[in-house]
Design a protein around this ligand. Structure first.
Ligand code: IMP
Length: 178
């Protein structure tokens, strides 16, 4: 285990099982539909790449990037677009894939932007959900795990751009960011 990690919440086997379940549910719900899966860079990349391979229905993928915390551990409420989609969402079923739903500021913003572009539908898939921290009115349609209020890293999630490559999700030791 990485020395900065206090505790492992979900190991590789647990993540693989849960991602397979999410993929199955998404495959059933989107059968016969024109599905565009939108990954939110960079945190969702690892989850996204496993998830799309667990989805059996045909799909197209694209990515968006929004501003992140830098070295803090909470968003400020202001979300900034760094990279927009390359394709149009008009008339299509959009599934936004995000690593974690925390205050909800990021996903609320992205959800509203996508909805304004005349899609057939917009849904959200978040690997992790911290409902105790929510300030924006937004929920995910597919959630991997509901977690308590702890700062987690690994499987794509970072602190100051580190730890994304850990194959598990673990709680970061407080002394690392305090
Ligand atoms: P929100 O806008 O507060 O919901 O924050 C969403 C973004 O904050 C996520 O996409 C993550 O990049 C980041 N984030 C929130 N909580 C954590 C965490 O526990 N570890 C790492 N990143 C986090």
């Amino acid at each position: 285990m990485n020395q900065d990690v206090k505790e492992i919440l979900y190991d590789e086997a647990a993540l693989a099982r849960r991602v397979a379940e999410l993929g199955k549910a998404i495959s059933q719900d989107y059968a016969g539909k024109d599905l565009l899966v939108v990954g939110v860079l960079k945190g969702a990349v690892v989850f996204f790449s496993d998830l799309i391979r667990a989805i059996e229905t045909p799909l197209e993928m694209d990515f968006i990037a929004v501003s992140s915390y830098g070295r803090q551990t909470s968003t400020t409420g202001k979300v900034r677009f760094i990279k927009d989609l390359d394709v149009s969402v008009e008339g299509r079923h959009v599934l936004i894939v995000e690593d974690i739903l925390d205050t909800g500021n990021t996903l609320k913003y992205l959800y509203d932007v996508m909805c304004s572009r005349k899609p057939a539908s917009v849904k959200i898939c978040a690997l992790l959900d911290k409902p105790s921290r929510r300030t924006a009115e937004i929920d995910a349609d597919y959630v991997g795990y509901v977690i308590p209020n702890a700062f987690v890293v690994g499987y794509g999630l970072d602190y100051a751009e580190r730890y994304r490559n850990l194959p598990y999700i673990g709680v970061l030791k407080e002394e690392v960011y305090q």
